[in-house]
Design a protein around this ligand. Structure first.
Ligand SMILES: Cc1cc2nc3c(=O)[nH]c(=O)nc-3n(C[C@H](O)[C@H](O)[C@H](O)COP(=O)(O)O)c2cc1C
Length: 141
């Protein structure tokens, strides 16, 4: 099992309705290729976790890096993982909206979202890196 996390910045023209459109195709592709994970969105920043068989994850990430709808792609982790955090989700999505939510509310939202995953019960290195990256995108501006 391979786990890959990256962040990126959405192009201005990539609006929420278009993101939902992209996700509907993505979920079909992911389900067919045994890929699970989540995509978080805040202030035009994406954070995505992809998990699955190594070859499949790397092939998809290659396609995603070629996608012109986002830029400044930064790979945060790509490593072996012994378990899926979002085994039930072909691609869970959460939109944190723009700035304006209080820090507390953002943290509550992270909790509520991640409680649906196995991430809460694990303290492995990939999980901790993932949590720290979630906080980075929520509190970086
Ligand atoms: C932020 C972001 C996340 C994406 N996540 C996925 C995904 O999880 N699965 C997927 O199939 N495509 C995803 N895509 C879309 C891919 O970049 C690409 O458009 C899609 O795989 C179709 O590629 P193809 O036309 O080369 O076959 C994502 C795109 C962006 C911008």
């Amino acid at each position: 099992m391979h786990s890959l996390v990256y962040r990126s910045a959405a192009n201005e023209s990539f609006t929420i309705p278009e993101i939902y459109g992209m996700l509907s195709n993505a979920k079909d592709y992911n389900a067919e290729h045994g890929i699970t994970g989540c995509l978080l969105y805040h202030n035009s920043q994406f954070l995505q976790l992809l998990e699955g068989e190594e070859g499949e994850v790397l092939k998809l990430f290659q396609k995603i890096t070629m996608d012109k709808r986002h830029h400044d792609i930064l790979l945060i982790e790509s490593e072996y993982s012994n378990t899926r955090l979002f085994g039930e989700w072909s691609m869970a999505f959460h939109d944190y909206g723009q700035n304006g939510l209080s820090a507390n509310l953002k943290l509550n939202q992270i909790d509520a979202f991640l409680k649906q995953s196995d991430a809460f019960n694990r303290k492995s290195a990939p999980v901790l890196k993932f949590f720290s990256a979630v906080k980075d995108i929520l509190f970086s501006n």
